[in-house]
Structures are given as structure tokens and as C-alpha cells.
Design a binder for this molecule. Structure first.
Ligand SMILES: NC(=O)c1ccc[n+]([C@@H]2O[C@H](COP(=O)([O-])OP(=O)(O)OC[C@H]3O[C@@H](n4cnc5c(N)ncnc54)[C@H](OP(=O)(O)O)[C@@H]3O)[C@@H](O)[C@H]2O)c1
Length: 297
């Protein structure tokens, strides 16, 4: 069994390589400079040559604000690129796990989003990711689309690292939006969910293909998340502000909360507790002392 990870240099792609290796699974990770998913021929040749047991596509244009300025590039990667991957998988008869986002919703719902709630992306990023979902759906039946939210981990850039950088710079008070809620999702946990789905896909006769939500719990606002990240900076003031106080080129969903009941029912995969993963990450980044009794090895 071999797993081919595309976009392997990103947060989730890197976590997938490490988690797969830790689980003793054979994994090939291709970074952007090793395979560009916008080049259809290259993707087709790569999948045909490697003939993996499964492809996990983490490659994406994730710069939400920049996407507003370069919609064609975002569509080439998130929309057409996803289609190239799915078509290549279909031609080689290889199952595909494709990552997507809560941004396919506009965030106006009260309560967690279910997979079959109406989609209404309000940003270029969201529209291009939705185009990718549709391209995957149209090209190849043996797919799992995994929508996630608020990803953080050791690799790449994310909200945790931004908050730590701002805190280290001595900036205080830090104003953080308090009227947008969601589920911070550890990249490691997404990787494990993908690997659990992979095991099922490769071992079971009947696979519940389709679209699933996977996000961390408990629900929190960005402000609450910042407080958790910076709890060890007792003198730092973290001031709540509104979305209006902090305008961005791409509007952020007020509600990014994903209902994760379907993936639990179909695959037995539960929601990760982001507070536990955050504590581990802070310790790994040297932000927290190791607990007494641990030798740090
Ligand atoms: N980050 C979040 O908060 C979040 C939230 C919800 C859903 N998601 C979804 O989760 C998935 C993984 O996200 P992530 O946080 O791991 O993103 P990430 O850290 O930005 O990683 C994406 C990777 O894709 C690569 N890439 C960009 N264009 C490519 C191309 N044309 N061909 C091949 N690789 C390309 C990037 O390489 P370069 O950097 O070299 O361009 C980067 O290494 C994505 O589908 C994303 O939409 C993310």
C-alpha cells in the first residue's frame, strides 16, 4: 500500500507525511516544486507512473485575501487543479481524498453546518474551492471530500504562529475578532482522519464515498482561541473586537462551525479536542515548559 500526497509541503501535507511514517505506512509526498497540479499532463503521468493505492490532495491556493486579487490563479489551482487530480485518479482507477473548506458556506447559518446545507461561498477562495469539489465529484466516483476549518500545526503559517509572533513582538493590546466562531483543527488530526479513511477505503468492500465535515471541538471565537494560545503571556491584553473593526479584502464567515456527525457515523472518526493538540504544539514550539516528571526526550 502506498499513499501519494500532493501539496506535501503545506500544513496538512507535511503532517500527513509524518503521521503516515509514524504509522508505518508507505508514503510519497510531492511538494509544489515537485508536482504542480495545474499541469494536467504532469499530474496524469505522475499518478500513472507511481500507481499509488490512494491519492490525498492537499495542494491548494489558501491565501484567502490574496485570492481576491488573483482569482484566475486561485481557480487554476483550487478548481481546475483539483479536477486534474481527480481525472488522473479516475484514469488510473485510484481512490482520492480531497481537502476542502467551510468557506463553501457563507457563514450566515445559526448552528453547525451539515454536509447538505446550501452552499453559498462569499469569497474567491470559497468559490474556487467549491469549483474543485464539483470537479472532483464530476470526474471520479471513488472520492472522499473532507471539508475542514481553522487549520493549525507545526508547519506552515497559521493563526497560532501569528499570535505567538505578535505576542513576542511586545504588541499589546492585541485586538482579535470575537464575532466569528469555528472549530480550530489540528493538521495532525486531519492527517490521522485521512489515514483512517485510507485504511477503510483499502480494506472494505463497501466504502461510503462522498463529502464529510471534520473539525476540532469545542467551538470557540478567534478571540477565545487567541486567549488559549497566549495563556502563558499573563501581562498581554487580548482585546475583543468585531469583524467591522478589522476589515479584510475577503469577508470571513461569521459561523465556520461544521457538524461532524456524518464522518463519525460513516467512519467512526470523532472530533479532535483542539485544546489538547494546542498544548502539545506550544510545548513542541518551546512556548511551554515540559510537565514536571518529563525529561523532554
Ligand atoms: N489552512 C486552513 O485554515 C484551511 C481551512 C480549511 C480548509 N483548508 C484546506 O485544507 C487543505 C490543506 O490546507 P493547508 O493549510 O495545508 O494549506 P497550505 O499550508 O497553504 O498548503 C498548501 C500547499 O499547496 C501547495 N500548492 C499551491 N499551489 C500548488 C500547485 N499548483 N500544485 C501543487 N501544490 C501547490 C503550496 O505550496 P506553495 O506554498 O509552495 O505554493 C502548499 O505547500 C487545502 O485544501 C485547504 O483549502 C485549509
Amino acid at each position: 500500500m502506498s499513499i501519494l500526497v500532493l501539496g506535501a509541503g503545506g500544513q496538512v501535507g507535511a503532517a500527513l507525511r509524518w503521521r503516515a511514517m509514524a504509522r508505518g505506512q508507505s508514503v510519497i509526498g510531492l511538494k509544489h516544486d515537485e508536482l504542480d497540479i495545474t499541469i494536467a499532463d504532469a499530474v496524469r503521468r505522475t499518478v500513472a507512473d507511481i500507481r499509488p493505492s490512494i491519492v490525498i490532495n492537499c495542494a491548494a491556493h489558501t491565501a484567502v485575501d490574496r485570492a481576491e486579487e488573483e482569482p484566475e490563479r486561485a481557480m487554476a489551482i483550487n478548481g481546475e487543479g483539483a479536477g486534474n487530480v481527480a481525472l488522473s485518479c479516475a484514469l488510473a482507477s485510484v481512490p482520492l481524498i480531497h481537502l476542502s473548506t467551510d468557506y463553501v458556506f457563507d457563514g450566515s447559518k445559526t448552528g453547525p453546518y451539515r454536509e447538505d446545507d446550501p452552499i453559498a461561498p462569499a469569497t474567491v477562495y470559497g468559490r474556487t474551492k467549491l469549483a474543485g469539489e464539483r470537479a472532483v465529484f464530476d470526474a471520479w466516483g471513488k472520492h472522499v471530500i473532507l471539508r475542514t476549518s481553522w487549520v493549525f500545526g507545526a508547519m506552515g503559517s497559521n493563526f497560532v504562529k501569528t499570535m505567538l509572533r505578535l505576542a513576542a513582538s511586545g504588541q499589546s493590546p492585541l485586538k482579535v475578532v470575537d464575532d466569528q466562531i469555528g472549530g480550530p483543527t489540528p493538521a495532525d488530526a486531519i492527517a490521522d482522519a485521512c489515514l483512517d479513511i485510507t485504511t477503510r477505503v483499502l480494506q472494505a468492500d463497501i466504502v461510503p464515498w462522498g463529502t464529510y465535515h471534520f473539525a476540532g471541538a469545542p467551538t470557540v471565537s478567534w478571540h477565545g482561541f487567541a486567549q488559549a494560545i497566549l495563556a502563558h503571556y499573563p501581562d498581554l491584553v487580548i482585546a475583543p473586537c468585531t469583524t467591522e473593526d478589522f476589515p479584510r479584502p475577503a469577508p470571513r464567515p461569521a459561523n465556520s462551525v461544521l457538524d461532524c456527525g456524518r464522518i463519525r457515523a460513516a467512519f467512526g472518526i470523532g472530533q479532535p479536542d483542539w485544546t489538547v493538540h494546542l498544548a502539545h504544539l506550544l510545548r513542541d514550539l518551546g512556548e511551554m515548559p515540559t510537565e514536571s516528571g518529563e525529561d523532554g526526550s
